[in-house]
Design a protein around this ligand. Structure first.
Ligand SMILES: [Zn+2]
Length: 219
């Protein structure tokens, strides 16, 4: 008897899309979605640790509470489960989290360069410029603290010398945020290689951020 099979199937499909879109290589990265709290426990469904996405079935997606204690599923949950939990705790508006290793966001992560506000869709859907969270060892509490702090109220953050995290109200929006971050990062690197990066003017960024807040507040 399984209560969350439909939600686990959704996480499986989202993880396959993440891989197909080239946002991760091999078994890297992880995806989760928040589940409605049961018996006072906050829960999420998350991809398992070190498994190839195309070999997974819905039963392999693990349901855990925010202490990473297992509720459904037999596999070991992602090593970054506590990072996902820290984000859900800090951001009650967030219903899904993607951790990716996408190439251009990783280039900024290695260069230690934040992504300034350069594109309208970046501002409206990600919240503006994207910060780089200082390095923390994978799966460490330090990484969780740094990521939550650098993410703030935005929908994406770059992880120094590691990759990126994107969030959203649901799996579709969070995946779109991961793709938008990667696109904007690529455009930034390409524009910089052309020798000219024109930032969006601050008053235009403010207008875009007003739209961002409006979209965040919509049901
Ligand atoms: Zn990673």
């Amino acid at each position: 008897m399984t209560r969350w099979l439909e939600e686990r199937q959704q996480v499986l499909e989202a993880s396959l899309l993440m891989e197909k879109k080239g946002l991760v290589v091999g078994t890297s990265g992880n995806v989760s979605r928040r589940l409605s709290a049961a018996e006072g426990r906050d829960l999420m469904a998350i991809t398992p640790s070190r498994r190839y996405y195309d070999t997974l079935s819905a039963e392999d997606i693990v349901v855990v509470d925010f202490e990473a204690e297992p509720v459904e599923g037999d596999l070991v949950p992602s090593a970054e489960t506590l990072l996902h939990a820290a984000i859900y705790r800090a951001r009650t508006d967030v219903g899904a989290v993607f951790h990716t290793h996408s190439v251009y966001a990783s280039a900024l992560a290695v260069a230690g360069r934040e992504l300034p506000a350069i594109l309208d869709d970046q501002v409206v859907f990600l919240g503006g410029g994207i910060s780089v969270a200082p390095y923390g060892l994978p799966a460490s509490e330090e990484l969780s603290t740094n990521v939550v702090s650098a993410l703030g109220g935005h929908n994406a953050v770059i992880l120094a010398n590691h990759g990126a995290v994107a969030v959203g109200r649901d799996l579709r929006r969070a995946l779109t945020a991961a793709e938008l971050l990667e696109k904007a990062s690529q455009v930034y690197v390409m524009a910089a290689s052309l020798g000219q990066v024109n930032l969006l003017p601050p008053d235009i960024v403010e207008v875009g951020q007003a739209f961002f807040r409006m979209l965040q507040e919509q049901e």
